[in-house]
Design a protein around this ligand. Sequence first.
Ligand SMILES: *[C@@H]1O[C@H](CO)[C@@H](O)[C@H](O)[C@H]1NC(C)=O
Ligand SMILES: *[C@@H]1O[C@H](CO)[C@@H](O)[C@H](O)[C@H]1NC(C)=O
Ligand SMILES: *[C@@H]1O[C@H](CO)[C@@H](O)[C@H](O)[C@H]1NC(C)=O
Ligand SMILES: *[C@@H]1O[C@H](CO)[C@@H](O)[C@H](O)[C@H]1NC(C)=O
Ligand SMILES: *[C@@H]1O[C@H](CO)[C@@H](O)[C@H](O)[C@H]1NC(C)=O
Length: 393
Amino acid sequence: MRLHSTVIALLTGAQLSNAAEKPYSTWLTDSVISYNIVPKSRWYTEATFYYGVEAVHNHTSSPAYLSYLTSQIDPILTPNGSFASWDFNDHQLDNIRIGSPLLYLYTQTSNVRYRKAIDFLHDRLLNHQKRTPTGGFWHKDPKYPNQMWLDGLFMAGPFSAAYAALFDPKNMTLWDDILLQFQLIEDHCRNTTKGNNMLKHGYDESFKAVWADPVTGASPLVWIRAQGWYFMALIDVLEWFPSSHEGYKLITKWFRDLAKAVKREQDESGGWWLVMDEQYKGKKGNYIESSGTAMYTYGVLKGIRKGVLKEGDYLGVAEKAYNFMTERFVARNGTGGGINWEGTVRVGSLDGKGDYEYYIGINKVENDLKGVGPFILASVEWERHQRKTVHET
Ligand SMILES: *[C@@H]1O[C@H](CO)[C@@H](O)[C@H](O)[C@H]1NC(C)=O
Ligand SMILES: *[C@@H]1O[C@H](CO)[C@@H](O)[C@H](O)[C@H]1NC(C)=O
Ligand SMILES: *[C@@H]1O[C@H](CO)[C@@H](O)[C@H](O)[C@H]1NC(C)=O
Ligand SMILES: *[C@@H]1O[C@H](CO)[C@@H](O)[C@H](O)[C@H]1NC(C)=O
Ligand SMILES: *[C@@H]1O[C@H](CO)[C@@H](O)[C@H](O)[C@H]1NC(C)=O
């Protein structure tokens, strides 16, 4: 928060600033709600914000946040639980992300309308989404045939895992299939050379895309947000995965391996670069991007809370990142008492060449929900951690 930076520097860091001000989780949530910038849409951008609101509701138990979610989501459903608008020719994993807030609303309210919409989405995914020859969901049909992108693992992974855990936990076919999606990404996108451990944005199993690597099929670069979605997907799926399934150990390992890279790649400012490959760090046009930075912070904090990462090894990473974000990406919205979230890149796709010039050429957007949601999630984790620390000492 720029206005307070001098004061904060004189005090001892974020704990005091948080105690003196509203917690950022509710502050940014309330601000964004008050700006009326969230359309009543089932798109993943809004769904990413709703995920933050879920966490705030879970954390505060304030019924206003649940009412907000129902007021946004009810209008996208018909009274019988169908989606008010659904394009049956449009098959993309981005359409599935709304399943997560629907699951949250269903567990909170037991309203069968939500259950119907959830079952509809699950059926669309399992029975209508095309797959690569080895069983991976296409990111988007017909536009991106035989391609898997890291983004898609966040769009459909946690939903599928929560669905299986809540409604069909003994069905190993479901668990095996969820694991397979991650396994394919690992096999094609992860760079395991010399412990690099980062993942390229996506791969094409048919090798037809202009960017496809002739050996792995992978795209050329590590894009902060794609890898951020993936980092969140790993830790979120782990929350639901049965620990007796072989996937539990694998997902834990993949998450820890990526966490190592996240720690290593953290810039001295506290954030992470838009294009993360070694040769582009600090290069002209590259910058520290806010949505991805928030995603890594959330993932690290949740990994610590879940006991998957050692606090002694990772808390410093999260603390540095969190303080940096509140300093750099949180700004006052005029004089009204609200705050803005800055510095989130609008989009990143594998539609073109997927090269450096493409990624750095996309503009940044204020209050972009793809950054707002992850920052709220990171804030809830941070505030939980602070509260726990206070209670323990
Ligand atoms: C909700 O809170 C419980 C208990 O504090 C926690 O275990 C769970 O992970 C939280 N869920 C979400 C979606 O944040
Ligand atoms: C649910 O409502 C929609 C639109 O209101 C309608 O098209 C659909 O047939 C209904 N489905 C069922 C199972 O009643
Ligand atoms: C497991 O789930 C799949 C997909 O919903 C279903 O087709 C299959 O019948 C289920 N298997 C069992 C044993 O229930
Ligand atoms: C994989 O990682 C190694 C070690 O960091 C690096 O030298 C190499 O360029 C990376 N490969 C790709 C395709 O990025
Ligand atoms: C406050 O936020 C809204 C919504 O993003 C935006 O349109 C407006 O420009 C912001 N105002 C200031 C002064 O930052």
